[in-house]
Ligand binder design. Structure first.
Ligand SMILES: Nc1nc2c(c(=O)[nH]1)N[C@H]1C(S)=C(S)[C@@H](COP(=O)(O)O)O[C@H]1N2
Ligand SMILES: [Mo]
Length: 439
């Protein structure tokens, strides 16, 4: 392994676009080959020198039979949703015990691309995962409609479907960052309540049209079939615009965790509104003021009042690699990569800083860029071995920019609440260790 690899890399100083060693994203665009080779060279040097000897068991004997339903390699068992909280002391919990052991988070530090494998989609289940027999389940659309109608999964599968890539984010995602004690928090614990999938479903407008909704209708109360019948009020405009009843996730029927056999999906709205195990859509002229939209999922403002129906997810981004799930083995060339998203539309730009926000450089976005979907960004970085603070800042197509944390706290107060979408910082130490820091 050469001591100073930088010298061999096809990168000259004009490629440096911000202080701290950030290199032009054009290295990915124009001389993609050169950078790819450079990154590969750097990486290969850290890896094994010797490949297989050709004598391993799998080269000598036939392998196992194919499965009816595929499984991941047994060597991947660690790449799971690790942070399933355990119920340790029920008395310290301020809500129903059954609701506590219910959150799993996507380990974005292990993932590539933008689609979250179904088995690693985050999940928030307030009353456990119901074991629904699809033959005994249906959703009914009723209330202020001419013809109330009931649809089971077979009926829904007969409708023309639409397929879209969308992210889903719990408004509680990154919530720890409102507080001061989040210093050692891991990436998935911090940002793991967001995932991206390909969702297939029937536009709600199609079904509402068939039921003939009253012109006075203003809200739809969606209710799940789980034991706590989680319910939320959805503005009718949203329902008619782009909501769907999703029946497939990444090509197959949706996972029990995600609402099998059918869920409401409200693109770009906070996750809580996308009611899983959907059984009722009640058309009405006022919101229901359910438990989950009064006691929870409201935002406490600095004056003590609560903001209700803050439904849209803001523009946001996170650096997934390097992050505190790993450390940098030595100085040299790295790729900084992560995900950006906006509940309103497309991500237009992601900037990256390695000096704590003093200078910024634009990252390359991997297309095609979908509206209301995770977008991957990447930028090459020549790390010189000094301490650095890595940040990413997303801008959406409407010009909304991810704010610094101080700005967010100024506007919203310091009390823990939802919708944290401020810029987050990874501190890199000279020994290559990475920690979450407040810059
Ligand atoms: N019926 C029902 N729907 C639900 C929930 C629930 O507990 N029950 N959790 C909500 C919350 S808080 C979120 S963030 C999303 C999470 O969806 P996922 O588990 O598919 O990721 O589902 C929402 N829909
Ligand atoms: Mo949520």
């Amino acid at each position: 392994m050469k001591k100073d690899q930088d010298k061999n890399l096809p990168i000259d100083t004009t490629d440096r676009v911000a202080s701290g060693g950030l290199l032009s994203r054009r290295l990915f665009l124009n001389s993609a080959v050169a950078t790819t080779v450079a990154l590969a060279t750097t990486r290969a040097a850290y890896g094994q020198d010797v490949v297989g000897e050709g004598q391993e068991d799998w080269t000598l004997y036939p392998g196992s039979d194919a499965l009816e339903y595929g499984e991941r390699s047994r060597f991947e068992v660690e790449r799971v949703k690790k942070f399933k909280p355990q119920v340790t002391d029920a008395s310290q919990d301020y809500w129903d015990l059954r609701t506590t052991n219910a959150t799993t988070r996507t380990p974005h530090q292990h993932l590539m691309g933008t689609i979250t494998p179904s088995g690693l989609h985050f999940s928030v289940t307030h009353h456990g995962i119901p074991d629904i027999d699809p033959d005994q389940h249906a959703v009914v659309i009723h209330g202020m409609v001419k013809n109330p109608l009931k649809f089971d999964i077979n009926a829904l599968e007969n409708y023309p479907t639409i397929t879209r890539e969308y992210f889903l984010e719990c408004s509680g995602n990154s919530g720890a960052l409102w507080g001061e004690n989040a210093r050692d928090i891991q990436l998935d614990r911090m940002h793991g309540l967001v995932s991206g999938s390909q969702w297939t479903g029937i536009p709600l407008s199609t079904l509402l049209d068939e039921c003939g909704i009253s012109s006075d209708a203003k809200w739809i109360i969606a209710e799940g079939a789980d034991s706590g019948s989680l319910s939320r009020s959805i503005p009718i405009d949203k329902a008619l615009k782009d909501s769907m009843i999703a029946i497939a996730q990444n090509g197959e029927r949706i996972m029990p965790n995600q609402g099998y056999p059918m869920r409401l999906f409200n693109p770009g709205f906070e996750g809580n509104t996308s009611i899983k195990w959907l059984r009722s859509l009640y058309v009405t002229d006022k919101p229901v003021m359910s438990r989950f939209e009064t006691s929870r999922y409201t935002d406490r403002m600095p004056d003590g009042k609560a903001l209700q129906f803050s439904l849209e997810i803001d523009v946001k981004s996170m650096i997934t690699r390097p992050s505190n799930a790993m450390s940098l083995p030595k100085h040299g060339l790295y790729e900084i990569t992560g995900l950006a998203w906006s509940g309103r539309g497309k991500v237009a730009k992601v900037e990256v800083s390695v000096d704590g926000g003093t200078t910024w450089a634009e990252a390359a976005l991997e297309g095609p860029i979908h509206s209301i979907m995770l977008t991957r960004f990447r930028i090459p970085w020549m790390w010189d071995g000094r301490s650095a603070i890595l940040q990413s800042r997303a801008t959406d197509e409407f010009g909304r920019v991810q704010p610094v944390r101080e700005k967010l706290i100024e506007a919203r107060g310091r009390r823990p609440s939802y919708h944290f979408h401020g810029i987050q910082s990874w501190g890199v130490e000279p020994d290559g260790k990475i920690k979450h820091v407040y810059a």
